[in-house]
Design a binder for this molecule. Sequence first.
Ligand SMILES: N[C@@H](CCC(=O)N[C@@H](CS)C(=O)NCC(=O)O)C(=O)O
Length: 207
Amino acid sequence: MSKYKLYYSPLTCSMAVHAVLNAVNAEFELVRIERGTKRSAEHLQLNPLGQVPVLIEDGVVLRESAAIMIHLLEKFKHPLLPPSGDSRRKTLQWLLFFNSSMHQAHAAYFLTARNIEDAKIAEPVLNLMAKRIQKLWEYVEDEINSEFLCGDSPSAADILMTVIANWAQAINPSPVTGEKVKAICSKVIKLPYFAKTLETEGVIYKL
Ligand SMILES: N[C@@H](CCC(=O)N[C@@H](CS)C(=O)NCC(=O)O)C(=O)O
């Protein structure tokens, strides 16, 4: 039996955890959860919010994508989370930025788009949220001064950024990501463990 079990939905933030499981070469099985479907009692028992990712490790339930990524990378001593120094500090800062500020800005947009049917009410709110997302991407672009977000090699933060950058296709108007962000994403999608994740989940990456 696999040591790990990941509950995931293609394209979502759980893809970052899936990529990390591939990066550390963990033995795992996948349980696919379809977006927008009623959650099973089994899933709700693992996460009462019905969200992904949920990772089962030795029978123990782990939630929250950034926490799971940090846990796995520390456990497997993987360089996507440097053990010390400036690159570690930056990795934690950017990983948490993408997991909180950037993810939540998108989550609020998607929740509004799904639940407010009256276009007159939804449109101005969605425009405001799309502008906020654009501003966050401009902030990221301005802050990049190395080959990857946190130095010369990829970090957990680059993985999560690349996953979220692909959500631009679902925002209207789509945020414009800068050249430095795009350059990093195009390198990340070619990393073997990330490419394998895209293939397994059947996700088409749009740069
Ligand atoms: N803070 C949580 C957020 C998890 C989350 O929002 N997951 C989304 C996919 S990106 C989800 O499961 N959405 C479906 C839902 O909320 O019903 C994490 O980082 O794990």
